[in-house]
Design a binder for this molecule. Sequence first.
Ligand SMILES: Nc1ncnc2c1ncn2[C@@H]1O[C@H](COP(=O)(O)OP(=O)(O)OP(=O)(O)O)[C@@H](O)[C@H]1O
Ligand SMILES: [Mg+2]
Length: 399
Amino acid sequence: MVDIPLGLPKDVDKYFYNREKELITLNSIVNTLNQNISNQILVTGLRGVGKSFLLKKLMTTIPKNILVSYIDISNIYGAGKSNLTEEDILYGLLSEMNNSLQSNEKIYKKTYKKIHIQIKNLLSKLKTNDYTFNDNETIFSIPIPQITENYKKLSDFVFNFPQEVVNTSKGKINGFIIIIDEFQLIGELKNVDAFFWLIRSFTQKQDNVTYIFTGSTSTTSEMVEKLNGSSGAFGQRMIQFNIEPFSKETSKNYLKEKIPEINFTDDGFERFYSCTRGYPANINSFCNVMSSNIIYGDKEVIKEFYNKLDQIAVKWISIWSSLNKKEKEIITTLIDNESIKWKDLAKYVSFSQATLTTNVKKLKNKGLISNFNKLYKIEDFMLSAWLKHRKKEDGFYPL
Ligand SMILES: Nc1ncnc2c1ncn2[C@@H]1O[C@H](COP(=O)(O)OP(=O)(O)OP(=O)(O)O)[C@@H](O)[C@H]1O
Ligand SMILES: [Mg+2]
């Protein structure tokens, strides 16, 4: 057995491989903050391709005079909440921005210590929905929101905050980068468009704040359209790029360098690549169940893949078990029918079109299905490989 982390390793540099070009590109885009030029960035790519790890790596390369905050919407949405609200996101953003200030406290102690405490205070009040502030209290020069329904004021405060940090830092901080991971889940808000337009209205006026949106989605998804499509909030002004899986060559070199204990024949490697398709998440989870005592040929790879698919696909199994019955029915219908039109999908499932609409939207926001040219299909091949395999073995799809 090999020991390679399946989640995001703490020791980024030990495990991170390749992506030099992407890092150079991202670095040069965010470094314009030093010249008071802010770019907005959208990083797309399918599940397991390495978006989060790339951004974690980027964070380690940012100079000290630029602050970085990272929030993962799935942590907010997944924390036992059945619906996501704008306030949840604002709370997450403010608390992460405040953490970034604190981690620089040594250098910026004088300027920010008081503010840090004020924000902590504000956060704990927000959490209990207690908005009883003194009337004229401000942080920087931004008034603290007074009442719970006053979402507009809270959003003003949160979205003005990073630029204010720069403005008041007396040249010590030149920029603030805010990474929003699993952004496609923002699609769960009742009014997504308004939220994206709101962010846009602030970024337009701010020269030192860069947002990096990233999430498991294809380049053409509805959420990408809403954010950066021609009629979306950012109207194609975001710098958008897609993270591709490792090429065959890169996968081979990655294995050689990071997981040299697994040995393949040429055929075996070809098969390994077609099983994993160059997605680092798949490569790592497959390698974790492989043995260093075998030289893997074509047949051995196939056998190992199917014997251990439940372990290899463990991440997808937990995604599957988090879906509701109707979402599962949509997924299995799409697996049985490959790619189909809306009207056929509506015909095959056992519930109303309205229920179908709600659940298809949820699945899209989770990056699990997509529609392109009016055809709906599964976005995630590992999920579909695992489900097909279980159906073949057990005669039915897992519950
Ligand atoms: N450049 C890389 N070098 C080495 N390992 C990588 C690289 N990129 C990703 N991985 C590994 O692949 C796995 C998936 O990476 P990551 O979580 O970044 O993917 P993701 O695109 O963010 O996926 P998701 O959509 O599920 O969030 C992790 O275990 C990570 O360690
Ligand atoms: Mg990720």
